[in-house]
Design a protein around this ligand. Structure first.
Ligand SMILES: Cc1cc2nc3c(=O)[nH]c(=O)nc-3n(C[C@H](O)[C@H](O)[C@H](O)COP(=O)(O)O)c2cc1C
Ligand code: SF4
Ligand code: SF4
Length: 441
């Protein structure tokens, strides 16, 4: 049995699955049941400053995108930070941490961007004996217009300044939660590191409008005929989040900075992918909101089985293993040549591959043989782009086969060279000063 125990910046939890700061973690009632279900930790729903709690809309606060089977792919929300009283939250956090000493309880905070506000809230949170704090620099709506959340996270200088205050006025580990609503996530990550953060977590939600009602012409979710941008999350954002995690993991300035991966994680496999790219643990929101707390059981058993199968004894055995394989386009091996191959036994003759390749790729798939529907790849036209694989409705019906060195590429009529060669050394590269060859791993 693999060892799933997680130690993230000194915060210990029995497994790497934490619930992200959001409705699943906004009260003791939820968090206690989440812990009973098996979650390793939680980041409590973001606390604001003392005083009258924030006010949420009283109508729909979610929008969504679904797949053809009505499976939820993307969720959009216009909810704000906790609308519960600060003292109630603090009291519950303290109680929960006392009841569940082996689980991680991290408190998310968002207060105005001035030193006094942060100085005031930090001791109150520390008093709960929570394991750490997460700085919510990501909320893209409502709070950002008030100079908080993403409004701070989008300005690296503010990020650095606030992180510095938190390190100065508290002993708790600081996790800086980053917004994806920036052009280059490495800049706020570097700033957080410069401010002394113990870790970053990402992503928070992405600015989005999920739909427009074509009768009322209101964006959805509609509040009395008007809508506003919300924060997008769920399976649809996973690729964006993973790219950002990898960017930070491999950046020379932030390499080694612990990362808590968030964004669309629904299964153990999603979690393992984030961790392979460099996340030390993961956080989950939409999947728990869609399927309930018990999904963690599948995450734990699935990760366990996979680790056993692969011989990974601890999480450290595979965290970051994919990071060195993320590279820039110019270093990809141009001598790696593949061709699509259709399994005629599995093919249901729907013709989607033919249409895709014919209309938008390289006219490399037949549609007929002897007057009958027949779909076959023409190797002398196929550029190996993989589009047909992605549009085919049958699993594993088309696969990409790599040509061995020494074989003839029927399209270019060239023999496949054995050595790795990339764009930096390619004769067509017009920028000879950039010519350098990175050794293949
Ligand atoms: C309804 C809702 C409320 C959220 N509230 C917060 C919040 O208060 N603080 C915060 O840091 N993130 C908040 N988030 C963002 C999540 O913590 C998480 O970063 C995001 O949903 C991406 O993860 P997911 O794809 O697993 O949902 C919220 C998300 C949702 C859906
Ligand atoms: S890999 Fe691309 S070029 Fe080759 S058959 Fe498929 S779609 Fe056509
Ligand atoms: S898309 Fe797949 S199933 Fe459909 S014709 Fe092509 S190979 Fe066959």
């Amino acid at each position: 049995m693999a060892d799933l125990r997680n130690n993230f910046v000194g915060i210990k939890s029995p497994n790497p699955f934490w619930l992200a700061s959001a409705p699943p973690t906004d009260k003791a009632y939820n968090v206690e049941r989440a812990f009973k279900a098996g979650w390793g930790g939680v980041v409590w729903k973001t606390l604001g400053e003392a005083g009258p709690p924030v006010v949420n809309v009283n109508g729909p606060r979610y929008g969504a995108i679904w797949g053809a089977d009505r499976r939820l792919l993307g969720l959009n929300n216009i909810e704000l930070i906790t609308d519960r009283d600060l003292q109630t939250n603090l009291r519950e956090i303290k109680q929960v941490k006392m009841n569940w000493p082996d689980r991680a309880v991290v408190v998310s905070i968002m207060v105005p961007c001035d030193e006094e506000s942060w100085k005031a809230i930090l001791p109150l949170v520390e008093e709960t004996e929570a394991d750490g704090i997460e700085l919510n620099f990501g909320c893209p709506h409502g709070m950002s217009e008030r100079g908080m959340g993403a409004a701070v996270g989008q300005v690296p200088e503010y990020v650095e300044m606030v992180v510095r205050w938190c390190k100065q006025y508290s002993r708790m580990p600081v996790i800086t939660k980053l917004t994806p609503n920036v052009t280059d996530v490495r800049r706020p990550a570097r700033a957080a590191k410069a401010g002394g953060t113990d870790a970053v977590s990402l992503i928070n939600t992405i600015n989005s409008i999920t739909g427009v009602d074509l009768d009322s012409f209101s964006p959805t979710p509609s509040i009395d005929g008007k809508g506003t941008h919300g924060g997008y999350c769920g399976p649809a954002v996973k690729p964006i989040a993973m790219h950002m995690v990898a960017d930070i993991a491999r950046d020379a300035e932030t390499r080694g900075l612990p990362i808590s991966g968030i964004g669309g994680i629904t299964t153990w496999r999603d979690a393992a992918e984030f961790m392979a790219l460099g996340a030390g643990n993961v956080q989950v929101c939409t999947a728990a909101m869609t399927y309930g707390f018990k999904i963690v059981e599948e995450m734990i058993s699935g990760l366990n089985n996979w680790m056993d199968e692969k011989g990974h004894r601890t999480l450290e055995d595979f965290v970051g293993r994919a990071t060195p394989n993320v590279t820039d386009w110019q270093y990809l091996n141009l001598n790696y040549i593949t061709k699509a191959r259709i399994d005629q036994e599995l093919c249901i003759k729907c013709g989607r591959c033919h249409i895709a390749c014919e209309d938008t790729s390289h006219q490399a798939i037949t549609k007929e043989l002897n007057g009958k529907r027949h779909f076959e790849v023409l190797e002398d036209e196929c550029v190996g782009c993989n589009l047909c694989v992605n549009v085919c409705p049958v699993d594993n019906c088309i696969d990409m086969v790599a040509l061995e060195p020494g074989m003839l590429d029927q399209r270019t009529k060239k023999v496949v060279a054995p050595e790795y060669a990339n764009w930096t050394s390619h004769p067509n590269n017009p920028m000879p000063t950039h010519k350098k060859l990175e050794p293949a791993e």
